[in-house]
Design a protein around this ligand. Structure first.
Ligand SMILES: *[C@@H]1O[C@H](CO)[C@@H](O)[C@H](O)[C@H]1NC(C)=O
Ligand SMILES: *[C@@H]1O[C@H](CO)[C@@H](O)[C@H](O)[C@H]1NC(C)=O
Ligand SMILES: *[C@@H]1O[C@H](CO)[C@@H](O)[C@H](O)[C@H]1NC(C)=O
Ligand SMILES: *[C@@H]1O[C@H](CO)[C@@H](O)[C@H](O)[C@H]1NC(C)=O
Ligand SMILES: *[C@@H]1O[C@H](CO)[C@@H](O)[C@H](O)[C@H]1NC(C)=O
Length: 504
């Protein structure tokens, strides 16, 4: 059980204090927090209650073709997986597949979360597959420009198909019913696995899945504005207005060249010399609010309630001065001495083929945005409360600066993704789409029932992937209700699945 308590992993993550764009930091922090909570949950709910029967999950790796679509090319890579047999009702119990995405997986993928609670209830075998090119599932050539050619959602789905075969052989499975689960990008993969491989997986739960690719994702900050204004999570119209005024003041300073003042007030590690540093600075500042909204109560360095209580407090001075207070509180909470706004550093990090075996794979994910999804979170919409410097051009420039991919190429790739999967009107069946209305990503998701067998749940008051977390006493009533609906769909699916004696 040593590897269940990854203090070493946490220490590595905590030392990444001078990473590039701020949102990655927020994401890393949320992932760490989730791991810590999962660890506490597993220890208290499982290890201490029934220590005698405790067995750690099986960790292994599977040899996969580097290119599923060219079998003459013989290169392979090792893909990591976890299996938890503990709840499985052998041999006929169902298989619940947890799909990995743009960050490293850990044993908690099969130990903690709503899908694990469902597995306990339904006697399911829990299996999880890390996504190719993330975590430890990296090909021997690493992250060079040429090997990233083999990173795509299509290859990832083919990996899932071959993992299905591997598990089927390992456990001599017959007609066991498979259900897949995923959240965020893996939520899309869950829906698409059911869509493209209906003979392998009987049903899917797709949480916070941005299934519609979009180059210029202005809708993200439209939702951020709505969430900062939403009293259900502690927002208000005054809060959003104050944020907008503060950023307008920042934009004025930038336009007037009052850089020294900005550098000092917002604790920039280095002078804001180039126009690209101004963009980086404006993004980093907006990221604090975007992170607070996307993860809301899960992000301990700022929820909507916390940020809004500062942004609406007149005693702190002008909205600009309140924003300074937010930045200071944020840096302190994240244990950062200053904010790195150097665009050159971002470029160096995204160009670097150095491997990070934990957390989010930033270079790899940026590659997937350039070659499949876009998702660039701009501030061009009238409702957006952030800096007007956040336009599409600088985000697209990164695709050409890091990977040599021209804007036209990126646009065509995004169009193809929607053509290939059906955007937000996929013609699948037995896929449940779950979203939270606070989460900015819901703007690209399926929000309404597509048919009786493609239902959608939109949860009032929850952020990104909230339904996937383990049940907690503090859960909102709307979240409790949504999980009951998910349970009820999973139960119905399992009852309606074809049964046969699985010993074949
Ligand atoms: C990549 O690793 C090398 C060698 O350890 C190091 O010198 C370099 O700073 C790293 N680059 C980045 C961007 O982390
Ligand atoms: C990848 O391509 C970019 C853009 O063409 C180039 O600047 C960079 O040096 C390349 N990186 C590697 C590791 O070859
Ligand atoms: C992508 O689709 C949009 C909207 O249909 C269209 O305007 C644009 O020309 C397409 N771009 C490319 C490169 O295919
Ligand atoms: C969606 O479908 C479910 C049944 O599958 C139904 O209970 C629900 O009312 C439907 N929602 C809407 C908005 O039609
Ligand atoms: C969400 O719930 C609140 C009450 O808690 C209600 O006022 C609001 O209208 C609901 N929003 C939506 C979109 O249903």
């Amino acid at each position: 059980m040593g590897r269940l308590i990854p203090w070493a992993v946490l220490l590595v993550l905590l030392s990444l204090t001078e990473a590039g764009r701020n949102f990655w930091l927020v994401q890393q922090r949320v992932l760490q927090q989730r791991e810590v909570l999962a660890m506490k949950e597993v220890v208290s709910r499982r290890l201490l209650l029934r220590p005698a029967s405790w067995r750690a999950p099986i960790e292994g790796s599977l040899s996969q073709p580097l290119d599923h679509f060219n079998r003459e090319e013989g290169h392979t890579f090792q893909q990591r997986f976890w299996i938890n047999e503990e709840h499985w009702n052998r041999p006929a119990g169902p298989v619940f597949l947890y799909i990995g995405g743009e960050n490293a997986l850990s044993p908690y993928a099969v130990l903690s979360g709503h899908h694990v609670e469902l597995a306990e209830e339904h006697g399911a075998l829990l299996v999880a597959l890390e996504h190719r090119f993330y975590g430890a599932s990296i090909n021997p050539d690493g992250l060079t420009n040429t090997s990233l050619r083999f990173l795509s959602s299509q290859q990832a789905l083919a990996d899932l198909a071959s993992f299905h075969l591997f598990v089927t052989q390992k456990y001599s499975l017959g007609q066991n019913t498979w259900i897949c689960f995923g959240g965020s990008y893996p939520g899309s993969l869950a829906a698409w696995f059911r869509l493209k491989f209906p003979h392998l997986v009987f049903a899917a739960v797709a949480s916070s899945a941005p299934v519609r690719a979009q180059l210029d994702f202005t809708g993200y900050n439209r939702v951020v504005a709505a969430s900062l204004s939403d009293p259900v999570v502690g927002g208000s119209a005054q809060c959003c207005q104050a944020v907008a005024e503060a950023f307008a003041a920042v934009d004025e300073h930038l336009a007037a060249g009052r850089l020294a003042e900005l550098e000092k007030d917002f604790r920039s590690c280095r002078p804001l010399t180039e126009p690209s540093d101004h963009w980086e600075f404006a993004s980093n500042l907006a990221d604090i609010f975007m992170g607070a909204v996307q993860y809301n109560e899960e992000f301990l360095c700022g929820s909507v309630t916390k940020q809004c209580s500062v942004m609406t407090r007149d005693s702190l001075g002008s909205p600009y001065q309140r924003l300074v207070v937010i930045m200071n509180g944020y840096l302190e909470c994240m244990a950062l001495a200053c904010m790195d706004n150097s665009h050159q550093h971002t470029l160096e990090e995204l160009r670097s083929t150095n491997l990070t075996l934990t957390g989010v794979g930033e270079r790899q994910w940026y590659f997937q945005t350039c070659t499949e999804f876009g998702y660039y979170q701009t501030c061009e919409d009238a409702t957006c409360p952030f800096s007007r410097l956040l336009t599409l051009a600088p985000a697209l420039d990164l695709c050409s600066q890091i990977f040599g991919l021209a804007p036209q190429h990126v646009e065509g790739a995004v169009n193809f993704t929607n053509q290939y999967y059906g955007a937000d009107h996929p013609k699948a069946s037995r896929v449940l789409f779950v979203n939270g209305n606070i989460d900015p990503w819901h703007a690209l998701g399926v929000l309404r029932n597509q048919s009786r067998s493609e239902p959608a749940i939109l949860i009032n008051g929850t952020a990104h992937c909230a339904d996937m977390n383990p049940t907690r006493p503090s859960d909102r009533p709307t979240l409790v209700w949504a999980r009951q609906r998910i349970n009820s769909y999973v139960g119905q699916w399992l009852r309606s699945a074809p049964k046969e004696p699985s010993a074949s």
